[in-house]
Design a binder for this molecule. Structure first.
Ligand SMILES: NC(=O)c1ccc[n+]([C@@H]2O[C@H](COP(=O)([O-])OP(=O)(O)OC[C@H]3O[C@@H](n4cnc5c(N)ncnc54)[C@H](O)[C@@H]3O)[C@@H](O)[C@H]2O)c1
Length: 315
């Protein structure tokens, strides 16, 4: 079995590549990453039982056909991922993320290789209580250039799928929490953990404290990818993948269990002003998947990882 992972050194990829040898012991794991985010550390101490090959390359500038040749599945994780910053580098995010996805999808379609594409629950934006994959187009209101591009990428894959050329699954992941060698701290939960441990005020978007959003424990994320491969779930559908919907307030309360007396500083953000949304994961559960992760547990582990002997977590 040959598994190709683009963006393999990132937050999700660096966990996934360590789990694949346990999930699929025979797998050859081909990892592509352009090291744009300098996550060399993601390659440290890979499990000895894994059959790894790393290719330092930009998806957009390399011969993907040769790399994907003979692959059983391609996991496309490569992207510029900081949604909040994507307002500043809108064109770069749009061009690089969209074109990289299109290039990977086209290479897969040439040999009908199944592809898992990681999209995001940030494509939603609705006033309804709970939203699912069958929502109306009006409820798909991505609030950032990053999220808008995700939606455009999904449509590209669906068009290829409609023409019968590409077996794929699109995973709309909730915001990831949980530790990995290549973890990043742009996203809400990790950023709050970092700020709390460093004695900084937690910067919460003014409108966000009581708004619910979807979160995904990293172990559920990698198990979901395994589940799709094992069950050959390349049915050209979209699946919402999230462990739970939570308010920022409840995330703050999880953190307060470990670091009391948190200070909150409200900031304005262009993202998701006014919007609160809960996302349903029922479609994926109905396929037989069980979400077993815990955002609270992952917060505890992240804080534990960041504490230093000097105790800079104590105010
Ligand atoms: N982390 C989350 O909360 C979250 C939530 C929803 C969806 N996703 C999606 O999951 C995927 C992986 O996310 P992540 O958190 O691991 O991201 P990440 O930013 O940690 O990792 C992305 C990796 O891709 C690499 N990369 C970027 N552009 C590349 C290119 N053109 N060619 C080769 N490599 C390239 C980067 O160097 C990096 O190592 C992304 O598509 C992201 O949008 C992530």
């Amino acid at each position: 079995m040959k598994i190709v992972v683009t963006g393999a050194l990132g937050h999700i990829g660096s966990c996934l590549i360590r789990e694949i040898p346990s999930f699929f012991p025979e797998a050859e794991i081909v990892m592509i990453d352009n090291l744009a985010t300098q996550r060399y550390c993601s390659l440290f101490n890979l499990p000895l039982k894994g059959k790894y090959r790393f290719i330092e390359a930009d998806v957009l500038a390399t011969d993907l056909n040769a790399i994907i040749d003979g692959a059983d599945v391609v996991l496309h994780l490569a992207a510029i991922t900081d949604a909040a910053s994507s307002f500043k580098n809108k064109e770069q995010v749009e061009n690089i993320n969209y074109n990289a996805t299109a290039k990977v999808a086209e290479a897969c379609s040439k040999i009908k290789c199944p592809m898992i594409h990681l999209s995001s629950t940030s494509v939603y934006g609705t006033q309804r209580d709970i939203v699912d994959e069958d929502c109306s187009p009006a409820e798909l209101q991505p609030q950032s250039p990053y999220a808008k591009t995700k939606l455009k990428e999904e449509r590209f894959l669906q068009a290829l799928g409609d023409s019968g050329k590409l077996p794929f699954a699109i995973c709309r992941f909730g915001t990831i929490c949980g530790i990995s060698p290549g973890m990043r701290f742009h996203t809400a939960v990790n950023k709050f953990c970092w700020q709390a441990v460093m004695g900084q005020p937690l910067t919460v978007w003014r409108t966000a404290l009581h708004q619910k959003r979807p979160y995904l424990a990293l172990n559920d994320a990698v198990r979901a990818i395994k589940f799709i491969i094992e069950n050959n779930l390349f049915d050209q559908r979209i699946y919402n993948i999230l462990t739970e919907n939570l308010t920022v307030k409840s995330i703050v309360e999880f953190i307060e269990k470990h670091i009391p007396r948190l200070e909150i500083q409200y900031v304005d953000s262009e993202i998701m002003n006014q919007l609160s949304y809960e996302v349903s994961n029922l479609r994926f559960k109905k396929q037989g998947f069980e979400f077993t992760g815990s955002v609270g547990k992952n917060i505890a582990e992240t804080i534990e990882l960041l504490k230093t002997p000097g105790g800079n977590h104590v105010k």
